[in-house]
Design a binder for this molecule. Structure first.
Ligand code: GNR
Ligand code: NI
Length: 172
């Protein structure tokens, strides 16, 4: 089932998500819904908080069309990051139409629980490393606009408020 994606400004996006105690059928169903919502958007990552669920759950798929390669991360924790950094043009499904170059560590080591309940470790670089860090930020109530100057951040929020009001007018 496809879910609705929450868009900034919304106080939900600023909340801190709670760890999962057990990977049960309810969590697996939720992760399936998240993947469907992400592919439909389309996006390369989605955190549960973006569909209003305050749990530490992330789905990622950076593969290009054809062959799908979904990654399910339960309770992801970044245990180390490289000193070297990379800049990527980031987008966010909760900031529709907004893009900005963001500098982050180029590599990261992430510990997580897989859908089978097993603990895993993954060393990521390139776009995957950026995406993992972007998603883990969501779990802590952080959006990529938080790394921009106040001026740029306020400009983006203003555009999103205007966009939301326009949608309201169409609905009403
Ligand atoms: O679809 C997405 N693309 C993207 C591009 C560069 C860096 C991060 C991302 S994640 C984003 C989907 C999203 O909002 N995930 O939270
Ligand atoms: Ni995002």
């Amino acid at each position: 089932m496809k879910r609705k994606i929450i868009v900034e400004p919304d106080p939900i996006l600023r909340k801190k998500c709670n760890p999962i105690e057990k990977v049960d059928d309810e969590i697996k169903k939720l992760m399936k819904d998240m993947l469907e919502t992400m592919y439909d958007a389309p996006g390369i990552g989605l955190a549960a908080i973006q569909i209003g669920i305050l749990k530490r759950l992330v789905v990622i798929d950076i593969s290009k069309d054809e062959k799908k390669n979904p990654l399910f991360l339960v309770n992801p924790k970044i245990i180390s990051q490289s000193k070297t950094t990379s800049v990527y043009e980031e987008g966010c499904l909760s900031l529709p139409g907004q893009f900005a170059e963001i500098e982050r560590p180029s590599e990261c080591l992430v510990k997580y629980i897989d859908l089978d309940g097993k603990e895993k470790e993954l060393k990521a670089d390139g776009l995957l490393a950026t995406c993992i860090q972007h998603e883990v930020d969501h779990l802590n109530g952080i959006l990529f606009i938080d790394y921009l100057s106040k001026l740029k951040k306020d400009m983006i929020i203003k555009k999103l408020v205007k966009h939301k009001k326009e949608i309201e007018r169409i609905v009403v």
